[in-house]
Design a protein around this ligand. Sequence first.
Ligand code: AMP
Ligand code: ZN
Length: 488
Amino acid sequence: MNKELKIYNSLTKQKEIFKPLVEGHVGMYVCGPTVYSNVHLGNVRTFISFDVIYRYLKFLGYKVRYVRNITDAGHLEDDTQEDKISKKARLEKLEPMEIVQQYTIDFHKVLDLVNNLPPDIEPTATGHIIEQIETTKDILNKGYAYESNGSIYFDVVKYNNEIDKYGKLSGRNIDEMIANTRELEGQDEKRNPQDFALWKKAKPQHIMRWPSPWGEGFPGWHMECTVMSTKYLGEQFDIHGGGMDLKFPHHECEIAQGKTANGVDPVKYWMHANMLTLNGQKMSKSTGNHLLPNEIFSGNNDKLSKAYSPAVVRFFMLQAHYRNILDLSEDALQAAEKGYKRMMEAIKLLDKLPVSDNSSFDINELITGFYTAMNDDFNTPILIANLFEAVKYINQINDGKATISQADKEKLSKAVKDFTFDVLGLHKELQETGHNQAFDKTIQLLIELRNQARADKNWALSDKIRDELAKFGIILKDGKGGTTYSFK
Ligand code: AMP
Ligand code: ZN
């Protein structure tokens, strides 16, 4: 089938025909989460976008090596310059690695629920400290970094003058950047405000620290992605992805580091996924305009009237193209739920459809449409629209208003299932939707029985129901409006 895949390259700002560096193979790196808090739905959207990209590349027959890191050190808060994980550890009086473990597990659980495939390699920043020190030394030796007070900074101006334009990915101009920068802590150590840390000296209170040739410290955030992508995919690789907000400075710095250390542009195709908003506003923890995956899956939140299954949430997200902003609202979720159910109902009918001598519509054209959509920069909303075209025919054939031959029926069934389950990744949830509803009803029944027991003053039984559920991680909460449940 048509294999001409086009990818929008954020670097050249145009769609380009995808040609991997090594024929038949694809190296893909995606910036993973900073594991200092629960993964939120915005993060989930970005990882679903890249999961579908991974799935489609594999579906086309490429051998893909997908690397997605875990940032477990070095990501500093903008204002305080404190390490996000260290800060959380300090506030919760836990070891930083306890924070890392807790939120890595949460991250994996949520991505599993929305049926993302795991990456082929999931390296961590702390597991690659030696490589980060080595690359820092290399850039220092080449003269594009300097030591200041035990920290190593990348010399952006020198790079911009001698190697390549700094700002070429995000479309920024270095002179304007310099003019617009406000003074931040630690800036006096730098020759220029745009210079960024390759290695930072650890203050006495900083918990996450490692020995280095420049004293005890920790790596700068951008360095981990450079060394891990180089180590597992090579000095130059095919695709680098992440959310739009990482373009600058993170990815800009990765280009500068990679090009200085290895002499080549590290990435052929830069891909950036757009943001998820909630009721028209940016999702943000600080403003409360925020929803966690478990809050949407359980319905336990004050923004939505009911629960939506992980499958519906995935379907909802894929109804937008990954480069467009997507807004989450009750109306949009309800529409997605309706659409998802309609699609699944039609797929259930597929294999039972009556056959005729010939087909009353052009099946090849229909199937080609699936490929055309995905080949056009992974256009999932068009693919879904084309799948709904198939749904329309399936329903017409079932109602005796259209016909299909045996051979075409087999072709259609395979294509619709391939694209729905393998490419869009809606498979697992097909069964789960039923399970989720049955699970919810079961808990509601137990809540009712407990209420009955309490009305009968049968405290032993009511306590038993509550305590046994707690053992499974299901917490009952008695409120004004009745009893609700959440997951521990
Ligand atoms: P972080 O854990 O903050 O490093 O983010 C992990 C990934 O999620 C990055 O690729 C971010 O760009 C992406 N991301 C963060 N917020 C959003 C959002 N509201 N919508 C979509 N993606 C996001
Ligand atoms: Zn990164």
